[in-house]
Design a protein around this ligand. Structure first.
Ligand code: MGD
Ligand code: MGD
Ligand code: MO
Length: 915
């Protein structure tokens, strides 16, 4: 309901819920504000008194950030009394607190009011600066105790590190009850820095002599290049370097960022960037072992001109195509690049190489989830965004650690828990989200089907399923019900390690919730029975009718910034763009007409299959853009050997990676902040990123390189603006209907599908029917099966591999970002404290962790949240590459390796090797 009132002499309308401050702002009057941030998630506090306005008939001035207009109210934002009082507020604050940020709101509003700083030296007794954190500088002499940082930390990011201690004069910001910031539990999301109006908290990257340095030359809107959340960012550029990143109010992040998005951008200008093309020196032998030390392998390359490098790159590929045949070639495209790059990459492989051997890291990621989703509901994308958590009563998170891997998505889950939703976290390891959960199911690794079938059993035997929904929208219920009958919670308890009663409680909560949402990650997917895991999970949502309505749905949290988009664009061996099967004659005909060439009707090989084929010399040549399989593929020694056996390998990357060390030609490419293009996040939001920097030296745009290679392979391609490439792609992809480049430029983000050029995208899909042939979802029973390798006497531990907050995959980017590297500089193997004790090991001690595939040496770390019998190693560290250990066996449907389970042992190192 809108309200009419008088603002500064004019009759205006306030929209439902708006405060006076918000109406004024909307109409172009900015009332000074310090403790209030006009951003979602921040409630107004009214403590700073900077936004006082005069309301006719009221003796006391009102805080406009809190006050809502009433009909007929007469408000003056700049009456003499309001301005006088406001000035006094600023004068008093300035007397004690010189702003450390001369461009921040405090200094800006003070100047606008004509109040100049009383003094710019810290007052007597002001706390000394706290420089203990590598990313942020704390100078509380500038703190006006507005409380924004506390709300940022507690209410927006739910990290609960910052508090306000003391009263009156002594009130003060503290981290974890008065520890230096660098020693606190701070996860460095930097939300507090972004919120602070005075510069008491500043990113160290912009600090000169204790004060925020010069203003940026330009601020460029884009999207974060790390995970699939797709946070919108502003790159602040000074002298052609990114000096700061701040969060924009994008649909997936509402201004929030995490440590990587905010502080992990300097990899772009790291001295290790490739700045010239490299070619292998004639006679320099390839050896898989070179991948272990790319810096040393650099001696086997020499710099080359672009002409020479591109000619060499394509001559090698052409030779193989024309002698051994198209199927001896393969390409790995990138989920770190744009949609336009992914589209042209797969088109190049399909039309220039002449094969469907094109894949990317999705195969190591949600391949099993997508296989199960396509089979079950006819679509591999999420049915609801993670922001649907807002409307959910029950949220099940299984096999995912969003607080570290999708940190901004996690803030929405924590928000939901804080308002009373029931959060259930199921994971063999403790994760930071557990603290917000009502139920934590710490089940046995690999026991997903046992746990999920037991949940299904309860739903079916207790008759809690949604009969109407099942009858109207699914098929296969009878078979599923019969199948899960034997999986009683009591029978599954010994297998999955969760008490039968807890399973019953969770099943009832999920089935009877008004709205329940499921989010999952690699714990479900990266398994040799990953497709079965996902089938059971999908069945749970379907039989309870928890899909297609607000607050319900299936959300596999997509990993890379553009893995959704790269898959949509056809960077997969069995499908053309928009998941049209290569064997589907009608679809093929359409693309053949558009691309002017015949296409191979046979599905190509997948990532691990391609490397196996390279090992067997069935694949002879490869083109790899923006992937690092020498580090990210399972059984890395085998993968490296396979790459070294290729007759011809072209790698296009930012750095001389472990994979590039095995190449014949290395092409220096553009990093995300250097390019303009679109990416599609986990929520199906297509977003546009804009170039903020030029590539260094002679490095070139990825798009330019792909087109140059295509032309040299004989394709009639022209260089075109990226918007035209988008238009060609969108014209072939019904999913992108009504989403033009111009619309993206205008709106910044559009969710697909959308029904019209001016209609919002559909966040929740499949309310009426599924995109399957019958329009119904298929319930597919999942059986129990064993992992590829079980612990035994020789290898008694379960090795789980994964990630940590500060590092990105194979470390190429984040280990070259100063702040992130400072926070996590070295590899570690984590064990439960009890497991360490039992084995007579100490945290900090260096050990060898070995499996039947290989061994690595690294330090031990105690992780209280790990179950006994498990060792966890992140795969970001070249010097202890976790994938030297992992097992290459694949899930039969999704063709994904079981990165989350193999048998390992720990060996002490000879004393002299320990440090
Ligand atoms: N900081 C950071 N963030 C990232 C990435 C990164 O490298 N670093 N990578 C991005 C990418 S591409 C991806 S795919 C996502 C992945 O994000 P997540 O899916 O969160 O990935 P992981 O941490 O590898 O695995 C998730 C969880 O699976 C659990 N798990 C282990 N074994 C089992 C099991 O048998 N069953 C179940 N149910 N769970 C098990 C682990 O304990 C872990 O908590 O993260 C993205 N975000
Ligand atoms: N043991 C183990 N292994 C795993 C996993 C696990 O959990 N455990 N997870 C798997 C998963 S889910 C995934 S998604 C994969 C990820 O595997 P990869 O995709 O191979 O890993 P990244 O390190 O992200 O590799 C991206 C590469 O692209 C480069 N790059 C970045 N931006 C650009 C760009 O704009 N242009 C170009 N040309 N290059 C660019 C980077 O320098 C880097 O070399 O790893 C998988 N491997
Ligand atoms: Mo991934």
């Amino acid at each position: 309901m809108s309200v009419t009132f008088v603002l500064d002499g004019a009759a205006v309308e306030a929209r439902a819920g708006e405060t006076i401050w918000q109406v004024a702002r909307r109409l172009g009057t900015e009332i000074p504000h310090l403790c209030h941030l006009d951003q979602p998630g921040y409630r107004p506090d009214g403590n700073c008194r900077a936004c006082l306005v005069e309301i006719e008939g009221e003796r006391v001035l009102a805080a406009s950030c809190l006050r809502r207009p009433a009909p007929g109210m007469v408000v003056r934002t700049a009456s003499e009394r309001a301005v006088r009082t406001r000035r006094m507020v600023f004068e008093l604050l300035l007397a004690d607190h010189a702003p450390r940020d001369p461009h921040g709101p405090f200094a800006r509003f003070a100047a606008a009011l004509g109040v100049t700083a009383s003094r710019f030296a810290p007052g007597a007794g002001a706390p000394a600066p706290d420089a203990s954190h590598p990313a942020m500088l704390v100078q509380l002499d500038a703190c006006i105790a507005c409380g924004l940082c506390e709300r940022a930390c507690r209410e927006v990011q739910h990290n609960d590190v910052i508090g306000i201690a003391g009263r009156g004069e002594g009130v003060r910001v503290v981290f974890d009850a008065a520890r230096p910031m660098g020693e606190s539990t701070c996860v460095a999301c930097g939300e507090c820095v972004q919120a602070c109006p005075t510069g008491a908290l500043l990113p160290r990257s912009v600090v000169r002599e204790g004060v925020r340095g010069a203003v940026p030359d330009r601020v460029v809107p884009s999207v974060c290049p790390y995970c699939g959340v797709g946070c919108q960012v502003d790159f602040h550029v000074k002298d052609d370097r990114i000096v700061e990143v701040t969060g924009r109010n994008g649909p997936a992040n509402l201004g929030r960022l995490c440590v990587k998005g905010r502080f992990g951008f300097d990899y772009v200008t790291h001295p290790d960037r490739l700045t010239v093309p490299l070619v292998r020196i004639e006679g320099a032998a390839k050896d898989g072992a070179d991948a272990a030390d790319p810096r040393a392998a650099r001696a086997k390359f020499r710099a080359a001109s672009w002409e020479e490098a591109l000619d060499r790159a394509t001559a090698g590929l052409r030779r193989i195509r024309d002698t051994a045949g198209p199927s001896a070639l393969a390409g790995f495209g990138s989920a770190k690049g744009s949609n336009e790059e992914a589209y042209l990459f797969q088109k190049l492989v399909r039309t220039g190489f002449g094969t469907n051997n094109v894949d990317h890291c999705t195969r190591l990621c949600h391949a099993a989830s997508v296989a199960a989703l396509l089979e079950g509901i006819g679509s591999g994308a999420v049915t609801a965004p993670f922001t649907a958590a807002r409307d959910a009563d029950v949220i099940l998170v299984i096999g995912a650690n969003p607080a570290e891997n999708h940190p901004v998505a996690a803030t929405f889950l924590k928000d939901a828990a804080a308002r009373g939703a029931t959060l259930v976290v199921a994971d063999p390891r403790a994760t930071p989200l557990d603290a917000h959960a009502r139920h934590v199911l710490r089940f046995r690794p690999g026991a997903d089907v046992a746990l999920l079938n037991a949940l299904l059993n309860v739903v079916v035997t207790e008759g809690l399923h949604d009969r109407q929904y099942v009858a109207a929208h699914t098929e296969g219920f009878e078979a599923l019900a019969a199948h899960v009958r034997a999986f009683t919670p009591e029978a599954m308890e010994p297998l999955c390690g969760v008490r039968a009663e807890t399973i019953r409680t969770v099943a009832r909560a999920f089935a009877t919730a008004r709205a329940a949402l499921i989010l999952w990650g690699m714990g479900i997917s990266q398994s040799v029975h990953g497709t079965d895991n996902a089938r059971a999970l999908i069945a749970l949502a379907l039989i309870c009718g928890q899909i297609g309505r607000p607050g319900t749905g299936l959300h596999p949290l997509r990993g890379q910034n553009n893995v959704q988009g790269a898959s949509d664009a056809g960077l997969i061996p069995m499908m053309l763009p928009d998941y049209r099967r290569v064997g589907d004659g009608e679809a093929r005909a359409r693309f053949e007409a558009a691309w002017g060439t015949a296409l191979d009707p046979e599905p190509g090989l997948t990532v691990v299959e391609i490397l196996n084929a390279a090992h067997e010399r069935r694949i002879r040549g490869m083109y790899i853009m923006g992937e690092n399989p020498a580090m990210s593929d399972p059984d890395a020694a085998h993968a490296r050997d396979a790459l070294a056996r290729l007759d011809h390998l072209v790698v296009q990357d930012l750095f001389l990676t472990e994979t590039a060390a095995l190449a014949d030609v290395v092409l220096p490419a553009s990093a995300w902040p250097e390019k303009t293009g679109t990416v599609t996040n986990t929520n199906r939001q297509v977003q546009i990123g804009r170039a903020a920097l030029k590539p260094p030296g002679e490095a070139r745009q990825d798009l330019w390189i792909i087109v140059e290679l295509a032309r040299r392979l004989g394709l009639p391609w022209q260089h075109r603006p990226v918007g035209e490439v988008y238009a060609e792609m969108a014209a072939l992809m019904p999913s992108l209907a009504h989403i033009t480049w111009e619309r993206l430029e205008r709106e910044g983000a559009v969710t697909y599908p959308t029904r019209g050029p001016d209609r919002p995208g559909e966040e929740i899909v499949f309310a009426d029917r599924f995109p399957t042939p019958s329009g119904r979802a298929r319930l597919v029973p999942a059986g129990l099966s064993d992992p590829a390798e079980l612990p035994d006497d020789t290898y008694p531990l379960v090795l789980v591999t994964g990630r940590q907050l500060e590092h990105w995959h194979t470390g190429t980017m984040t280990r070259r970002a100063a702040v992130l590297d400072a926070l996590e500089p070295a590899p570690a193997a984590s064990l439960a404290p009890a497991e360490l004790r039992r084995r007579g090991l100490r945290a900090g001690e260096r050990v060898r962790v070995a499996t039947r595939r290989g061994a690595v040496e690294l330090a031990l770390r105690a992780e209280p949240g790990l179950p006994e019998g498990m060792v966890f190693i992140p795969f970001a560290y070249r010097e202890a590459a976790a994938n030297l250990l992992t097992h290459p066996a694949l899930d039969p449907f999704g063709k994904i390796p079981g990165f989350k389970y193999c048998a390992a042992r720990i060996e002490p190192l000879p004393a002299h090797a320990a440090d």
